[in-house]
Design a protein around this ligand. Structure first.
Ligand code: ATP
Length: 303
């Protein structure tokens, strides 16, 4: 395996009884990359991540994490990674500090405690309370701190912002970007498109246990439909715009404004608008969510 590949899976399969959770997952994440793993509930994200750490055994396929086969050396893989599970299991009677010291002990007491305090402060996490008295969001913060505190080479984060308020979500995304700046690779699952769009360099979309697309978020956006709202200085006849390839009129109010759907590039539309008295031109980028939904159309009918 190339030195530049932080993790890869080939033909990964896993069934739970009759449920075929993974049906041949192929992934390749480069070192130093922030890679988003997208899919709705039940698509197979958690199962994939658990196979990467040998927390569950796949039925078939190949896995390499930092060049290591996790089934052959799970301890080495876990030593060099930071893992935030979807549902963090913590001893309810420990304090936050006690739980973090426990993780530190598991990692050979090498963690810089100043960094732990810094992480906790940035996430507004008090170290004194008992785990049992924490809200869901604060438990999630403990999970984020323990995943990051030993400066791992690889972060495997299952829904890292789950249950956090918007300010804290932003802070976690900043921590992810900083970890990358310090040389880490980040692989994180999500079903929130906006956060993936904000930080991921590439994304994989998983659908029913198969990776159906790997792309840069921006290229998914460019491929999708855009909307454009144009305001005119005086009422105009917009019918010439309907002749521009890829342009559809969605609504046309009193002649002074029009809402268009544009497929592909804006160039043709912009050139056609030169003949109009335009006072304002606004475009709406499709969210990754809208793009992503296209991959799942028809799933409801299939059940
Ligand atoms: P979510 O966003 O809800 O966490 P996910 O993409 O992480 O979803 P998985 O948790 O990997 O999806 O689940 C994939 C499929 O496997 C689902 O159909 C799920 O119900 C099933 N599954 C997961 N874990 C088990 C288990 N321990 N026993 C039986 N079925 C399971």
């Amino acid at each position: 395996m190339s030195e530049n590949i932080a993790l890869m899976t080939q033909g990964l399969t896993k069934s739970y009884g009759k449920v075929r959770a993974l049906r041949g997952v192929d992934l390749e994440v480069q070192r130093g990359e922030i890679f988003g793993f997208l899919g709705p509930n039940g698509a197979g994200k958690t199962t994939t991540i658990r196979c990467l750490l040998d927390l569950i055994r796949p039925d078939g396929g190949t896995v390499r994490v930092l060049g290591i086969d996790p089934q052959a050396d799970p301890v080495e893989v876990r030593r060099r990674t930071g893992y935030l599970p979807g549902e963090m299991q913590l001893d309810p009677n420990m304090t936050v500090e006690g739980a973090l010291r426990y993780f530190n002990a598991l990692r050979g007491n090498k963690v810089d405690w100043g960094f732990v305090r810094q992480l906790a402060a940035r996430l507004d996490l008090d170290l004194k309370p008992a785990i049992k008295n924490l809200s869901h969001g604060n438990k999630q913060k403990v999970g984020v701190v323990q995943a990051l505190m030993h400066h791992p080479e690889l972060l495997l984060l299952d829904e890292p912002t789950l249950g956090l308020d918007p300010l804290m979500q932003q802070e976690v995304l900043r921590l992810i970007i900083e970890a990358k700046a310090n040389g880490a690779t980040i692989f994180f699952s999500s079903h929130i498109m906006s956060e993936v769009e904000a930080v991921a360099e590439r994304v994989a979309i998983i659908r029913k246990g198969i990776v159906v697309e790997v792309a840069e978020p921006v290229s998914l956006i460019n491929r999708a439909l855009h909307r454009a709202r144009i305001r005119f200085k005086q009422p105009v006849d917009v019918s010439p715009l309907t002749n521009v390839p890829g342009v559809t009129v969605l609504s046309h109010d009193d002649g002074t404004s029009v809402l268009l759907q544009v497929e592909g590039e804006m160039d043709g539309l912009i050139k056609a608008l030169a003949a109009f008295p335009v006072s304002d031109f606004e475009t709406e980028r499709p969210s990754l969510e809208e793009i992503f939904l296209a991959y799942y159309e028809g799933d409801q009918k299939e059940g």
